[in-house]
Design a protein around this ligand. Structure first.
Ligand code: NAP
Length: 532
């Protein structure tokens, strides 16, 4: 028997965006339901429990800014929070604001169909429930739909196969095991040093080498924490002025590599290397648009790999040949050092491709690797995957899957024309993954909730992006992206990691100009939208 429930707002996902959206919707006195596929809240931080999982943005910036008491009271033990620490924080937030009572856990949204006559979204879930809402907010995450590669013989493997984003919640004892890991993105690079320490043997199957830089994690510095907390709102405001995932207290230098001598370049790069983390990529202010700065930075890291790794043949395999920062930057704790260990083998699967998974392990074109456990650190169907895995249909029953068949189109990364009252938090076409996600999420949630509040106050039932605004926005995103070096390699920003995915640059570079545009749209009476 189906149960039909009507709400003002349905939010899909109880991660960082869904939780904040719930908080903001409640403040508008709206009836809200959050639907979450996971068994508990936390989104990314609920699912990604692989060894070594931690955030690579400094804790003081990777936390909610909307409540002064919350940000003053919470203490982060380290520079970068571990997955359990972030989950603890999010649970604290949920308790503090009593969020759980409006969240349905272990419930997956299967379809969301726009009912034009009623101007409402009809949402069906995998437990047979049917719900409806005036507004549908997709807080489904940009990096949440796991990419499971299609490798021959996968079902035949006699041991377990775990994707990093579906790691067993009870943990996994690696001691004495021969482990194989496929993938060397952020997840793989975090997991590899930890697995190498715990397992008997680790074989890394690498498709693309990484320009990884040291995270330099360390215990929180009480003096720095006190200084930031003395003016947390000021710190957050400065943070919102950064375009990339830079730290507001260590902004990028304001010059290009071309502006300084070779000796000075090396000094600056070394200084930034010692700082660790994202600030390294701010040694010069144009690394993502200027090949000279990019090459100077890449050459420096190339030298570091050579210094760290003992075997020249492994150095060769580990050194990327594409522009640095083109793939999403990766931070590590002892990643390159791991390849000096006796129990670690690196396999270049471009030179010797994987042929199959066999009952005993992984077969490449030149060897059989016997394994007890296979780890898939193969990433996600980013930005569009989580949305398109749900059957979303707008006006005239138009499936989002058809509308986005050639790549995602929308206005401001917030709304798709033909899908009234449906909002995407950090959707494609917005800066999202090119920024500190926390900052991007808060800006989107605030924009969407302010919009809903405005509509309620002005008796508007519906908001919808116009075709013209959408077309212009898509052209704008392409134009901006094409001026950067982010289009110069095979990255997931362009869908290269997923076979058959349209090659479209999905996020929008540049957070501050984006925020200005969003504010301008509102100031001009929601320009580019039709309110009715
Ligand atoms: P990812 O960056 O997409 O890396 C996936 C890896 O698997 C890449 O090395 C990829 O190679 C490889 N791969 C994919 N399909 C393959 C196949 N069929 N055969 C062989 N290799 C294959 O995924 P991720 O490491 O999970 O990270 C995804 C994003 O999540 C990151 O970019 C980051 O934004 C976020 N993240 C953040 C943190 C954090 O600390 N905050 C931690 C983890 C993840 P190619 O490079 O050749 O495609």
């Amino acid at each position: 028997m189906t149960r039909l429930k009507a709400f003002d707002v349905i939010i899909v996902g109880a991660g960082i965006s869904g939780m904040y959206m719930l908080y903001r919707a409640r403040r508008l006195s709206l009836s809200v339901r959050v639907i979450e596929a996971g068994g508990d809240l936390g989104g990314t931080w609920y699912w990604n429990r692989y060894p070594g999982a931690r955030c690579d943005t400094d804790t003081l910036e990777y936390s909610y800014s909307f409540d002064e008491d919350l940000q003053q009271e919470w203490e982060w033990p380290e520079r970068y929070p571990t997955q359990p620490e972030i989950l603890k924080y999010l649970n604290h937030v949920a308790e503090r604001f009593d969020l759980r009572k409006d969240i349905a856990f272990s419930t997956r949204v299967e379809s969301a169909i726009f009912d034009e006559a009623a101007s409402r979204w009809q949402v069906a879930t995998d437990d047979g429930a049917e719900l409806s809402a005036q507004f549908l907010v997709m807080a489904t995450g940009s990096i949440s739909a796991p990419n499971i590669p299609d490798i021959d013989g996968m079902e035949s493997f006699q041991g377990p196969i775990h994707h990093t984003a579906r790691w067993p919640h009870e943990g996994f004892d690696l001691s004495g095991l021969r482990v194989g890991i496929i993938g060397t993105g952020s997840s793989g690079v975090q997991a590899i040093p930890v697995i190498a320490e715990q397992a008997a043997h680790l074989t890394v199957f690498q498709r693309s080498p990484q320009w990884s830089v040291p995270a330099h994690n360390r215990p929180s510095d009480p003096k720095m924490v006190a200084a930031i907390k003395a003016d947390y709102p000021g710190f957050r405001a400065a943070n919102r002025l950064q375009s990339g995932a830079q730290l507001s207290h260590i902004p990028p230098n304001d010059f290009s590599a071309a502006d300084v001598s070779e000796e000075e370049r090396q000094r600056i790069l070394e200084e930034r290397w010692q700082l660790g983390g994202f600030p390294f990529f701010g040694a010069f202010n144009d690394i993502t648009v200027n090949l000279e700065s990019n090459r100077a930075t890449a050459d420096f890291v190339r030298g570091k790999i050579r210094e760290i790794v003992n075997d020249p043949a492994i150095v060769e395999m580990l050194t990327p040949d594409y522009t640095i920062h083109c793939k999403r930057p990766v931070l590590d704790s002892g990643y390159f050092e791991t390849y000096n260990r006796d129990n670690v083998l690196l396999v270049d699967i471009n030179a010797t491709p994987i042929e199959a998974i066999t009952p005993r392990g992984i077969r490449t074109t030149d060897a059989d690797h016997d394994l007890d456990l296979i780890v898939l650190a193969t990433g996600f169907d980013n930005m569009t995957g989580a949305l398109l895995r749900i059957d979303i249909r707008g006006r005239d029953g138009l499936p989002l899957r058809d509308e986005w068949a050639a790549g995602p189109v929308n206005y401001l990364g917030l709304q798709v024309s033909g899908f009234p009252n449906l909002f995407t938090i950090t959707g494609p076409g917005s800066p999202s993954v090119l920024t500190n996600m926390m900052v991007a999420i808060e800006q989107h949630v605030e924009w969407v909730s302010d919009c809903i509040g405005f509509m309620a106050a002005n008796n508007h039932a519906s908001i919808e992006a116009t075709e013209e605004a959408q077309e212009a926005w898509v052209a704008h995103v392409n134009e901006v992206a094409n001026q950067t070096l982010w289009v110069s390699c095979r990255n997931w920003y362009q869908g290269y990691n997923i076979p058959g995915k349209p090659r479209v640059f999905m996020p929008l570079p540049g957070f501050p100009p984006y925020v200005e545009k969003c504010e301008e749209v509102v100031a001009k009476g929601y320009e580019g939208f039709v309110l009715s």
